[in-house]
Design a protein around this ligand. Structure first.
Ligand SMILES: O=P(O)(O)OC[C@H]1O[C@H](OP(=O)(O)OP(=O)(O)O)[C@H](O)[C@@H]1O
Ligand SMILES: NC(=O)CC[C@H](N)C(=O)O
Ligand SMILES: [Mg+2]
Length: 505
């Protein structure tokens, strides 16, 4: 769940792209990058780190031009090396650059095909480099005078070859900006416009919050399988490019990934999280009408919206019992388990008076590896709580994700192969409550009734692309388990485009 952004404007785009990346930072904290297009050249800056650390004034001044794309990365394939940060670039055809959110599920096969049939070389282990090269190969079949129709034909062939989750934004040297969304609409992407004195600017981004910050009006989401092409005059062309598109967005975007102030597929994430709180409250009342909860306490940040609504629904006091250190990022998307474990206590501190002698209900948006809840329950007890109950606004996470969330191994998930009560026991809760999957879907549908289907694979093990079997999951485990990642570390090679006369690092 990286963040992507693209901007075609009537003035320099560097600052606006930077601003957009800072509000998409919650989608990836590992690396950031920006590529602009100026007078027939691409200019690139990408590196490991947060947006504010990657782009210094000297980089910003170098990123000239009125067209550009940007990326914040949370690795889900390959390594966390700088060489795999994005955007990626290939020189043929035309000169192409691409930023990708998601994960291809057939990238090994595609890599093989690219080498043997398409005569293209992939230089990293990133699936995004594979996606770019498939797009490049398909685009290369068109003539030199590229029309919108040619670009859409190329995207159509990309959809026929690629499987998995992908929302991508690309620049074609001399022609414009393109974005496309996978045929199941697993990963989100929206676009919008801004009117200026010089004409209309167009922004494409993972989440609508990026448009808000730049003063863009949200036009709409890209439909599953749809592509958008913005030509050099700023004119927008769109076309459906998939043979059998269906809308089945990743429901985990609503649970955790997206910002609450974003609107995804016509649903305000803030609204879907409020509904999750209400539904969870209903379940608690159903199972335990005589509940003895004194206070509801959220685990900052993401659970706040649903916890407040849950408390109101139960008619129980809501209190902020944990203070968050605002300088620590999201722990779940940190690359290693050691770092994630250490960060919980660095990030959250208990306010004793909210716990002393009380029966507290701690609410989180989800329990994934169990890193957060185990430590939090311990902290609540140390702060003097009488009983500690735990509620998750999402159902038990029991299956790996293969579409762009780094949960590759079932046995690393605390609820895998365990009942709800067993998880409760393991994390040390006096009682545990999970959301029902049907209630989670209903929570989203109450905000947008048109959302009929979702990818819920982390909850039900049903993979919407239909190409995931045990062999695939075993191979994924062998290559991406925490143990393997720890062993391989990350190779810090610097990769940059040396196409500028000024010095850069
Ligand atoms: O069971 P776990 O493996 O610990 O994962 C689940 C936790 O991780 C996330 O928090 P995170 O700190 O990433 O971000 P947040 O501040 O947005 O809640 C999520 O909100 C849960 O609190
Ligand atoms: N989280 C993502 O969307 C990651 C994109 C891509 N698979 C990568 O690892 O760089
Ligand atoms: Mg959290």
């Amino acid at each position: 769940m990286c963040g992507i952004v693209g901007l075609m404007a009537n003035q320099p785009v560097n600052q606006a792209l930077y601003d957009a990346l800072t509000v998409l930072q919650h989608r990836g904290q590992d690396a950031a990058g920006m590529m602009t297009w100026h007078e027939g050249r691409f200019l690139l800056r990408k590196s490991n780190g947060l947006v504010r650390d990657v782009f210094h004034t000297r980089h910003m001044t170098r990123l000239k031009g009125n067209l550009g794309i940007g990326h914040v990365r949370y690795p889900t394939a390959g390594s966390s090396s700088e060489a795999e940060s994005q955007p990626f670039y290939v020189n043929s055809p035309y000169g192409l650059a691409l930023a990708h959110n998601g994960n291809l599920t057939n990238s090994d096969q595609l890599k093989q095909e690219l080498y043997t049939s398409d005569l293209r070389h992939i230089n990293t282990s990133s699936d995004s480099e594979v996606l770019l090269n498939v797009f490049a190969h398909e685009l290369g079949k068109q003539g030199h005078h590229l029309t919108p129709e040619d670009i859409f034909d190329a995207v159509r062939r990309v959809h026929r070859r690629c499987r998995g989750g992908y929302a991508a934004v690309a620049m074609i040297n001399g022609f414009g900006m393109v974005a496309f969304r996978d045929p199941q609409g697993i990963r989100p992407v929206v676009f919008g416009t801004r009117n200026t004195e010089d004409g209309q600017d167009v922004m494409i981004a993972s989440e609508s919050v990026a448009l808000d910050v730049g003063g863009f009006e949200l036009a709409r989401d890209l439909a599953p399988g749809e592509a958008i092409f913005v030509d050099m005059r700023g004119e927008i062309h769109t076309q459906q490019c998939a043979d059998r598109p269906i809308l089945a967005p990743c429901i985990f975007e609503h649970v955790y990934l997206a910002r609450p102030d974003s609107i995804l597929d016509g649903a305000y994430v803030y609204g879907t999280r409020m509904q999750m709180g209400r539904k969870l409250g209903d379940r608690i009342l159903r199972e335990w009408p005589e509940q003895d909860i004194d206070v509801v306490i959220p685990i900052p940040d993401t659970s706040r919206t649903s916890a407040l609504e849950l408390a109101q629904h139960l008619g129980v006091t809501f209190r902020e019992g944990f203070m968050k250190n605002r300088y620590i990022g999201r722990t779940f998307i940190m690359p290693g388990q050691t770092q994630r474990k250490k960060s919980v206590r660095q990030k959250l501190n208990a306010i004793d008076i909210e716990f002393a002698g009380k029966n507290v209900l701690l609410v989180d948006d989800s329990i994934v590896r169990g890193t957060t809840c185990k430590q939090i329950i311990q902290m609540a007890r140390e702060a003097g709580a009488n009983k500690v109950y735990f509620a998750s606004a999402a159902p038990p996470v029991r299956y790996p994700n293969v579409y762009g969330i780094d949960m590759p191994v079932a046995k690393e998930l605390i609820a895998h192969g365990r009942s709800e009560a067993e998880v409760g026991e393991l994390i040390g809760a006096d009682r545990i409550f999970y959301q029902d999957l049907e209630d989670l879907k209903a929570a989203c549908r109450e905000v947008n009734p048109q959302l009929e289907q979702f990818d819920c694979s982390v909850f039900d093990g049903e993979y919407i692309t239909g190409d995931i079997d045990d062999n695939y999951l075993n191979a994924l485990e062998a290559s991406r388990s925490d143990a393997v990642k720890q062993k391989s570390g990350s190779a810090h090679s610097v990769v940059d485009l040396h196409n500028d006369v000024e010095d850069h690092d």
